[in-house]
Design a binder for this molecule. Structure first.
Ligand code: S3P
Length: 180
């Protein structure tokens, strides 16, 4: 299990976006990048670049375990650099060793959304192996429930239901400022 207490990090050390598939991590990441000027790193994108394979190809040719290993390795490759705006993949919270790495990379922000919101955002999606088929989609709600307590260990929880990107970003920036 990941640690339950947050390591102290300065707010200038980067922002790490976590949350389920469809939570808006990449979109919010883009906007935060524009506001802060910090480089945006999309962890899935970095994995694709490092492996020379798409995410569905990694899952189908090498399996999920290999993908999870690549996620940890990609995180390790970022530590001691930055600060970044880092958009992670939804499953990053599942491996205990990812937590100290993420905490080193900055303040963890959970982009929270209700199941109904996520479901509609994921409808028709093909690029996510865990959500691509009707069969796999059925297990997604359980997966969300399993991961929820992990996401909730973030430093900041921000609701995204029925809210536009600008509103979400404004809240993140205000709350970070307040806590500084
Ligand atoms: C996954 C989420 C995906 C991607 C991979 C696995 C997950 O990223 O990392 O398909 O296990 O939740 P997004 O959350 O950006 O869709």
């Amino acid at each position: 299990m990941p640690p339950t207490t947050a390591m102290s990090v300065t707010f200038n050390s980067g922002l790490v976006l976590i949350g389920f598939m469809g939570a808006g991590k990449s979109t919010v990441g883009e906007a935060l990048h524009r506001h802060t000027g910090w480089p945006l790193v999309d962890l899935d994108g970095l994995i694709v670049q490092r492996q020379g394979l798409t995410i569905p190809e990694i899952f189908s040719k090498q399996g999920e375990e290999a993908f999870r290993r690549y996620e940890t390795e990609a995180l390790q490759s970022l530590v001691a650099k930055g600060p970044y705006i880092l958009a992670t993949g939804g499953g990053i919270v599942g491996r205990a060793e990812n937590w100290p790495l993420m905490r080193k990379l900055g303040r963890l922000i959970y982009l929270r959304a209700e199941w109904a919101t996520l479901k509609s955002r994921l409808a028709g999606c093909t690029g996510r192996p865990l959500a691509a088929s009707e069969g796999s989609r059925r297990g997604l709600r359980d997966l969300l429930e399993q991961r929820r307590p992990l996401y909730e260990q973030a430093d900041l929880i921000v609701d995204t239901d029925n809210r536009g990107v600008d509103e979400v970003v404004r809240e993140i920036l205000e709350r970070i400022k307040e806590a500084e």
